[in-house]
Design a binder for this molecule. Structure first.
Ligand code: HEC
Ligand code: HEC
Ligand code: HEC
Ligand code: HEC
Length: 152
C-alpha cells in the first residue's frame, strides 16, 4: 500500500470511529434501566421498606392477575390497560414486563409512587441536595386513583 493511500484509509477509519463511537455511548445510556426495584431502595431506606411490607399497594398485581377480565385482556395483548396502575413502570425502560421476567415490579412498589430511581441511587449525597432533587417526594396519587370505575 502506498503511504498516501494508507493515510487516507486511516483518516476514514478514524472518521468512522468518531461518528459511531459517541452514538454507541448514547445508546448504552438509553438502554440502562431507569427502574432499579424496591430491593435497592431498602438498602438505604430501611424504615420505609419495613413499613411498606404490609401496604395494600404490594397486592396491586396479585388482586388482578386471576380475574376473568385481566386474563382475557392478556390473551389479546391488552393487559397494559390494567398494568399502568396495577404494576410498577409498565411499558417503561426497566419496569414491569411480565411476572416471570420482572417479578419485583409485579406490584405498585416504591418506584410506582416515587418514580424511577436510577438517577437517585447514583446521585451524590452532598450539600447541593442532588440526592433529594433526583427523586419525586410527593407522589401523584391521582394518576391511579382519581377517575376510576370498574365494571367487573
Ligand atoms: C445509596 C442510598 C440510597 C438509595 C439506594 C436510595 N436512596 Fe432515597 N435517599 C437517600 C438519601 C441520602 C436521601 C436524602 C435523605 C435526607 O437528606 O434526609 C434520600 C431521599 C429520598 C426521598 C426523599 C426526597 C425528598 O425530596 O426529600 C425519597 C422519596 C427517596 N429517597 C426514595 C427512594 C427510592 C424510591 C429508592 C429506590 C428506587 C431510593 N430512595 C434509594 C439515599 C438513598
Ligand atoms: C387508572 C388506574 C387504574 C386502571 C387503569 C385500572 N385500575 Fe384497578 N384499581 C385501581 C385502584 C386505584 C384501585 C384501588 C382503589 C379502588 O378500588 O378504587 C383498583 C382496584 C382494583 C380491584 C380491586 C377492587 C375492585 O374494584 O374490585 C380490581 C379487581 C381491579 N382494580 C382490577 C383492574 C383491572 C382488571 C383493570 C384493567 C381492566 C384495572 N383494574 C385497571 C386503579 C386502576
Ligand atoms: C402509595 C405510594 C407510595 C409508595 C408505594 C411508596 N411511598 Fe414513599 N412516600 C409516599 C408519600 C405520600 C410520602 C410523603 C411525601 C410527603 O408528603 O412528604 C413518602 C415519603 C417517602 C420518603 C421520604 C421520607 C419520609 O418518610 O417521609 C422516603 C425515603 C420514601 N417515601 C421511600 C419509599 C420507599 C423506599 C418505598 C418502597 C419500600 C416507598 N417509599 C413506597 C408514598 C409512597
Ligand atoms: C401506580 C398506581 C398507584 C399510585 C401512584 C397510587 N396508588 Fe394507591 N392503589 C393502587 C392500586 C392498584 C390499589 C389496589 C391495591 C389493593 O387493593 O391491593 C391501591 C390501593 C390503595 C389504597 C387501599 C385502598 C383499599 O380500598 O384498600 C389506598 C388507601 C391508596 N391506594 C392510597 C394511595 C395514595 C394516598 C397514593 C399517593 C400517595 C397512592 N395510593 C398512589 C394504585 C396506585
Amino acid at each position: 500500500m502506498k503511504p498516501v493511500v494508507r493515510e487516507i484509509m486511516i483518516c476514514i477509519i478514524l472518521g468512522f470511529l468518531l461518528v459511531f463511537f459517541p452514538l454507541d455511548i448514547a445508546q448504552t445510556v438509553k438502554d440502562t434501566p431507569s427502574y432499579v426495584g424496591g430491593g435497592t431502595c431498602a438498602s438505604c431506606h430501611k424504615t420505609q421498606s419495613e413499613s411498606f411490607k404490609t401496604n395494600a399497594h404490594n397486592n396491586a398485581y396479585s388482586i388482578i392477575k386471576n380475574t376473568e377480565r385481566y386474563v382475557k385482556l392478556k390473551q389479546n395483548g391488552e393487559e397494559g390497560s390494567c398494568l399502568r396502575c396495577h404494576a410498577t413502570g409498565y411499558g417503561e425502560n426497566g419496569g414491569f414486563t411480565d411476572e416471570e421476567t420482572s417479578p419485583e415490579f409485579a406490584k405498585v412498589g416504591c418506584e410506582g409512587c416515587h418514580g424511577p430511581g436510577r438517577e437517585h441511587v447514583a446521585a451524590k449525597s452532598d450539600d447541593t441536595g442532588q440526592k433529594r432533587k433526583s427523586i419525586q417526594r410527593k407522589p401523584d396519587c391521582g394518576k391511579c386513583h382519581l377517575i376510576h370505575s370498574h365494571n367487573g
